[in-house]
Design a protein around this ligand. Structure first.
Ligand code: BMA
Length: 867
C-alpha cells in the first residue's frame, strides 16, 4: 500500500536545525513502533467485561486488536477448534491506540509535517495532543493529515479511537423501513437477520463472514503509519500513460502531480530504465502554482520490449523514476515499474474476452479471495507460493474478488514478474450500495487512489466494478423482496445510485487514471447492454452445480462467453484438518468440521456427501471422506474447464472458484490455508496445459476436441483406446493432425458401440490421449457411468522410495491415485493422476519429515483400491 517512495527518502534524517533557505528533500519517519492499545474509555460495558484490556498494552502497527489479543493469549486463536465465537466481542468494542511522537526543532523547521495513515480500519478519529485532526470512515483509503500546526517540540501524543462499526451503524439501520440487502447474516446474534450494517461501511466485506470465512471484524491501523516532512512541494502521484505502442516505438507520458504550497520554479526529471539497463532521461522546467500541479513528460522508447502474459513471451519491465528539483536540489522522488502492452476487450456480438498485444488469449485461472482473515499477517513470502502455484498450474489469469481488500503492491509486482494477468474487482461484494452522494464521493476518492497505485502494473488487464452487485440487484430473491418493501421511488433512487457508481464513478476513475485498461461494471455483467449473467453475453457465474445441487454434467450444457466463477468444494488435506480439528475421531457432522464449513452454516458437508454418494460412493472413514471429496472436486472442475476450453472462441475464459483460503476450512479452494494442494490443483496443471484433449461422454457417444493455446500450428496425434478391466485392448481410433494456432477443434464423435466394441459399461473404459512427438501431453479417461458404477480392479499399487522420491507402480488400471501422508505435511510433485496397467510415476516429495517417516506414513489411495 505504501506509495513508491525511494528508500533514500524514507531513511533521510531530519538533519539541519536552522530553517532551510532552500527546500530540503522530503523525508519520512516510519511510525510503526511504540504503539499501545486499550478499550476506549467510552465503552463502559466492554471495560466491565474485560478489565485487563482497559489498561494500555503494547500493540503492533500495522496490525489489529484481534491479532494482538491472540498473540497475548487473551482470546483463543479463532482458526482453531470452535473458537470463532470467543473473539466476537473484540470487533464489537471501541478501541484506542496511542503513541508518543518526539518532535525536534529541526522537524518543526520544515514547511510541512504530514501524518500519513496508509489504512485505518474503519471508523477512526485521530487527535494530536488532544486536538481532533481526522475523522476517517473508509478502510480502503489512505489518510494524510497536515499535522505541523498541532505539533510542538518534545513529546506529542497521537491518539486514534476506533468506534465499533456495528454499534455505530445499527441505530440508523434499524430505523429504516428495510435495510440494504447484504450477504451473509451474522451467526452470532449481533445483527438481526436481514438487518446488516455491512452494506453501509467501506470495510472489507469478508470481515462480516462469508460462505468460506469466519466473522472477524478487524480493528486497527492495518497499514503503515509515517510522518512525512517536506518543504514547498512534493510529488503526490506518478504514473505512466501509454499513448501508442508498436514494434517500432512506444510513446509514453510520465504523469506527475506535484503538490506545491506556493508558486515557484521547479524542474521535473524522469528517467526510464529498460529491461536491459539502458537509461533515458527527460526533463521539464515548470512554474508551479500553489495546489496540485499536473505535469506530463513525453518519453519515446525505440523498439520497445513488451510485457506478455505467461505462455505468450517474456515479461519485459521498465522502471520510471521521477525527481522534483528545486534550486538545484532534488527535493522528492517517486518511482514505478511498468510494462508495455495493449489490452482490449473482445466484445463482438456479446463476446467477452481479452486481446493482449493483439493476441486473443483464452483466460485460464481462478478467483483469489484475501490471503488471510487478517490482512496484516499477509507478507510477500506468504503470497508468493500461491502465485507460483497458479503459474505452475498453467494459469494465466487471477481475479481479485471484490469482497476483500485491495492487495499490497507486492502481489501485483509478483503478477507482473510471473506474467499472470489480473482481473481486478473494485471492493464491492454482494451488497446493495447506499444511494447517497457522500458515499459515492468517499468511493470516488478510494477508487482514484487505488487505480493510481495498482493501475500502473501491466498485469492488471481489467478493472471491474465488483462482485455480484448488478446480477444480485436484477435477480436475487432478497433484493426482489426489498424492492417491494421500499416501493418504486426508493427502488429507483437506489438503482440510479448504483448505476452512477458502477457506470460512471468507477469507470471515470479508470478512464482518467489508467486509460489503457478496460473497465467492466461488475462480475458478472454485460456492460449495461442487456441482462447480466447469461450464457449468451458478458461474463457468467454458474452455480447450478454445487449451490444448486445439480449434476456436474450441467457444466456441459452451454458455452458461456467467459466463465468467471464456477466451483465445487472439497476437504483440505488431512494434515490441515488435524491442525485445526485436533487428533480426535472425526466425521462430516463433527461440530469442529461444521464450524470450519461456512456454506449453509455448516450444512455444506452434506452437499459434499450428496455428490460423493452420487458419483463415488459412501466414505469409509474421515481420510476416505477427504480423498473422495478431493477426487470429486478435481473431476468436476476438470470437466467444466475442459469444456470451456473446447468452446473457444465462443468461450474465452474459465476462472474457477477459488484458488485459496482465508483460514483453515472446507471450501472451494484448490490450495488450502496451509498451502497444501488439493487434488484439484494438480488437475488444474493438466486441464490448463497449453495443449489438451477434451473427451465428453454424453448420449452414448464421446465428443473429442483438441485445444491449443500456441500462437503457431503444432503437428500432433490423437488416439482413443478402450480397455477392459484386465487391461485387454478393445478398440482404438485416432489420427495425425495439426493443431491450428489459438484454437479448439472438434475432431471426432465416437459412438459407444464402436469405441467399446460392445463391452459392458461397468467393465470397460477408454483413454483419450494427445501426443506431440513421442510425448503424451494430455490424457482424459472416458467412463460411461459415474465412477462408482465402474468395476475397477484393485490396481496393485506399490511405492518404491529412493531418498525423497517415490515411484508409484500399478499392475492394473489405477484411477485417481492419491499419495496420502496422513497428518504429516508433505507436498508431492504430482498427485491425483491415473495409471494405466503397468505404468509408473516417479514423484518428488517435499516435506519437513524424513523420507523414512514419509514412507511409513504413506497410504496409496485409488478408486479401485477402495473396493
Ligand atoms: C460466488 C462468489 C462468492 C461465494 C461463492 C461461493 O458467487 O462470488 O460470493 O463465496 O459464490 O458460494
Amino acid at each position: 500500500m505504501r506509495q513508491a517512495l525511494s528508500s533514500a527518502f524514507v531513511l533521510t534524517l531530519f538533519a539541519s536545525v536552522a530553517a532551510p533557505l532552500a527546500a530540503a528533500p522530503r523525508s519520512a519517519i516510519q511510525l510503526d513502533d511504540g504503539w499501545q492499545a486499550r478499550i476506549a474509555p467510552s465503552d463502559g460495558a466492554a471495560i466491565a467485561a474485560h478489565r485487563s484490556e482497559a489498561r494500555w498494552f503494547p500493540a503492533r502497527v500495522p496490525g489489529s486488536i484481534q491479532q494482538d489479543l491472540i498473540a497475548r493469549h487473551r482470546v483463543p486463536d479463532p482458526f482453531l477448534a470452535t473458537n470463532e465465537a470467543a473473539i466476537q466481542w473484540v470487533g464489537r468494542t471501541d478501541w484506542q491506540y496511542r503513541r508518543t511522537l518526539a518532535v525536534t526543532p529541526a522537524m518543526l523547521a520544515r514547511d510541512h509535517l504530514d501524518l500519513v495513515f496508509d489504512g485505518l480500519d474503519t471508523f477512526a478519529t485521530v487527535t494530536i495532543n488532544g486536538r481532533a485532526v481526522l475523522t476517517a470512515d473508509n478502510a480502503h483509503r489512505r489518510w494524510r493529515i497536515a499535522a505541523k500546526p498541532f505539533l510542538k517540540p518534545g513529546a506529542n501524543e497521537i491518539l486514534v479511537t476506533f468506534a465499533a462499526p456495528i454499534k455505530t451503524l445499527q441505530p440508523m439501520v434499524m430505523a429504516q423501513k428495510a435495510s440494504l440487502p447484504g450477504e451473509y447474516d451474522s451467526a452470532f446474534g449481533d445483527e438481526p437477520k436481514g438487518r446488516q450494517t455491512s452494506p453501509y461501511i467501506r470495510k472489507p466485506k469478508y470481515n462480516y463472514s462469508w460462505d468460506w470465512g469466519p466473522r472477524i471484524l478487524n480493528v486497527g491501523p492495518w497499514r503503515p503509519v509515517r510522518l512525512e516532512a517536506w518543504d514547498s512541494a512534493r510529488i503526490d502521484t506518478l504514473r505512466v500513460e501509454q499513448d501508442a505502442l508498436s514494434d517500432a516505438e512506444a510513446r509514453l507520458l510520465a504523469k506527475t502531480t506535484i503538490q506545491a504550497d506556493r508558486p515557484g520554479p521547479a524542474q521535473i526529471r524522469v528517467t526510464l530504465t529498460g529491461p536491459g539497463g539502458t537509461n533515458q532521461t527527460v526533463t521539464q522546467q515548470v512554474t508551479l502554482a500553489a495546489g496540485p500541479n499536473a505535469v506530463s513528460l513525453p518519453i519515446t522508447v525505440a523498439r520497445p520490449q513488451r510485457w506478455q502474459p505467461v505462455g505468450y513471451g517474456a515479461q519485459a519491465l521498465y522502471r520510471v523514476s521521477a525527481a522534483l528539483e528545486q534550486d538545484g536540489t532534488a527535493t522528492d522522488t517517486a518511482d514505478r515499474r511498468i510494462g508495455l502492452r495493449t489490452v482490449e476487450l473482445i466484445r463482438d456480438n456479446g463476446a467477452m474476452g481479452f486481446r493482449v498485444n493483439g493476441i486473443p488469449i483464452f483466460a485460464k485461472g481462478a478467483n483469489v479471495i484475501p490471503f488471510d482473515s487478517s490482512p496484516t499477517r499477509v507478507t510477500p513470502a506468504s503470497m508468493r507460493p500461491l502465485l507460483t502455484a497458479a503459474r505452475d498450474a498453467n494459469m494465466n489469469m487471477l481475479r481479485v474478488w471484490g469482497g476483500g481488500y485491495y492487495l499490497d503492491d507486492a502481489f501485483y509486482d509478483m503478477a507482473d514478474e510471473m506474467g499472470l494477468m489480473v482481473w481486478q474487482d473494485f471492493m464491492f461484494g454482494g451488497s446493495v450500495t447506499p444511494p447517497d452522494a457522500a458515499f459515492r464521493k468517499n468511493v470516488q476518492i478510494e477508487a482514484e487512489e487505488q487505480v493510481e497505485r495498482i493501475g500502473t502494473h501491466p498485469s492488471v488487464v481489467l478493472w471491474s466494478g465488483g462482485n455480484e452487485i448488478l446480477s444480485g440487484w436484477e435477480n436475487w430473491s432478497d433484493r426482489k423482496a426489498f424492492k417491494k418493501v421500499v416501493g418504486a421511488d426508493e427502488q429507483e433512487r437506489i438503482g440510479v445510485g448504483m448505476a452512477v457508481l458502477f457506470d460512471r464513478v468507477l469507470r471515470d476513475a479508470v478512464l482518467t487514471r489508467s486509460p489503457g485498461t478496460p473497465y467492466w461494471p461488475g462480475s458478472p455483467s454485460n456492460d449495461y447492454d442487456g441482462p447480466t449473467d447469461t450464457d449468451k453475453t458478458g461474463d457468467r457465474h454458474f452455480w447450478d452445480v454445487w449451490s444448486g445441487s445439480k449434476p456436474v454434467e450441467r457444466y456441459l450444457d452451454a458455452c458461456p462467453r467467459f466463465m468467471s466463477e464456477y466451483g465445487f468444494q472439497a476437504m483440505p488435506d488431512m494434515a490441515t484438518v488435524r491442525g485445526f480439528a485436533g487428533n480426535g475421531p472425526l466425521q462430516p457432522t463433527s461440530p469442529v468440521l461444521k464450524a470450519h464449513q461456512k456454506f449453509l452454516a455448516g450444512e455444506g458437508n452434506d452437499r459434499l456427501l450428496l455428490y460423493m454418494r452420487d458419483r463415488l460412493g459412501e466414505p469409509k472413514d474421515i481420510a476416505d471422506f477427504v480423498y473422495l471429496s478431493q477426487v470429486n472436486q478435481a473431476e468436476a472442475i476438470a470437466l467444466a474447464a475442459l469444456h470451456h476450453r473446447s468452446c473457444r472462441p465462443v468461450t474465452m475464459g474459465s476462472l474457477y472458484w477459488q484458488l485459496n483460503d482465508v483460514w483453515p476450512s472446507i471450501s472451494w479452494s484448490s490450495i488450502d490455508y496451509s498451502g497444501r494442494w488439493k487434488l484439484l490443483h494438480y488437475a488444474a496443471r493438466r486441464f490448463f496445459a497449453p495443449q489438451v484433449i477434451v473427451a465428453e461422454h454424453k448420449d452414448m457417444a464421446t465428443r473429442i476436441a483438441l485445444v491449443s493455446d500456441a500462437t503457431t500450428p503444432i503437428a500432433a496425434r490423437w488416439r482413443v483406446r478402450a480397455f477392459d478391466m484386465t487391461g485387454k485392448p478393445l478398440a482404438e481410433q485416432g489420427a495425425e493432425t495439426t493443431l491450428p494456432a489459438l484454437s479448439a477443434t472438434d475432431v471426432a464423435k465416437l459412438d459407444d458401440a464402436a469405441l467399446f466394441a460392445g463391452a459392458d459399461p461397468t467393465t470397460s473404459y477408454a483413454v483419450a490421449e494427445l501426443m506431440i512427438g513421442d510425448a503424451v501431453v494430455s490424457r482424459t479417461i472416458i467412463e460411461r457411468g459415474v465412477p462408482k458404477t465402474m468395476r475397477y480392479p484393485d490396481p496393485g499399487l506399490t511405492a518404491t522410495w529412493s531418498g525423497d522420491t517415490v515411484t508409484v507402480r500399478a499392475t492394473a488400471f489405477a484411477r485417481a491415485v492419491m499419495l496420502d501422508f496422513g497428518s504429516i505435511g508433505a507436498h508431492p510433485s504430482d498427485d491425483g493422476f491415473d495409471l494405466l496397467p503397468g505404468e509408473s510415476r516417479t514423484i518428488t516429495v517435499t516435506s519437513k519429515a524424513t523420507p523414512k517417516a514419509l514412507a511409513a506414513a504413506l497410504t496409496l489411495r485409488s478408486l479401485g483400491s477402495r473396493r
